[in-house]
Design a protein around this ligand. Sequence first.
Ligand code: SAM
Length: 272
Amino acid sequence: MRIDVVTIFPEYLEPLNVSLVGKARARGQLDVHLHDLRQWTTDIHRTVDDTPYGGGPGMVMKPEPWGAALDSVLAAGPEGEVPTLVVPTPSGRPFTQELAQDLASRSWLAFAPARYEGIDRRVIEEAATRMPVVEASIGDYVLAGGEVAVLVMVEAIARLLPGVLGNAESHRDDSFAPGAMADLLEGPVYTKPAEWRGREVPEILLSGHHGKIAQWRREQAFARTLAHRPDLVARWPRDAFTKKEREALSVLGLAWDDSAGRFRSAVEPVEE
Ligand code: SAM
């Protein structure tokens, strides 16, 4: 996969040389190109921002350097291809595991992390006439700039690329993995020693009984999801569970509510 990042702080992307992503780069699985936005400025101060039309606090990134940067990224990539432009912004659609999977299936991504109050809107609109554009938010909070969001997204995407993780199976049981674990958080994990500071690893994990272990892990995942993300529980479809699993859900106080069309906890207030 080819990745281009245009930023005023290329050095902020240094962690892309480390660990899993760094190794993927070294192996040629990720071809990362960092570009300093200021190389496309034309004034002596290398200005990338200006005051907002309509007034208000903060500055807005000027369209000219971004337009020239995107022209140049497009021209430098594989002939006849266009990247998917990913614009990190708190006002974008949520960056989820599903979106990471989608982006991991593309051969070329270009990231446009902003600073200040963001990029002049016309840049995004004009880019969208030339390439797919995804505006994505990594969470309901506001960072000072999009570089950290790029690091988050690239890492989540890179670990899904074939051959990047040592064990191809390792994301199968992750929280949010498509299939059996979608809308489900992963339960607790343990390693040796079997006893540490008086705390024992749950016996079932030492039993060697793969069927029972899988069942236990799924029940733990139910409990954890209920505790931390009841919004995900509300998305569970009725027929996703075996009879045994429905019993486990009822131990947690979860039962299917026909009128609401979702699983509901006995302790939840009933909506009027
Ligand atoms: N005024 C903008 C708003 O309220 O939507 C926030 C601008 S923020 C100070 C500057 C830049 O940081 C954004 O343009 C974006 O690139 C990045 N950023 C901040 N929070 C982000 C988030 N939650 N997800 C993705 N990018 C974010």
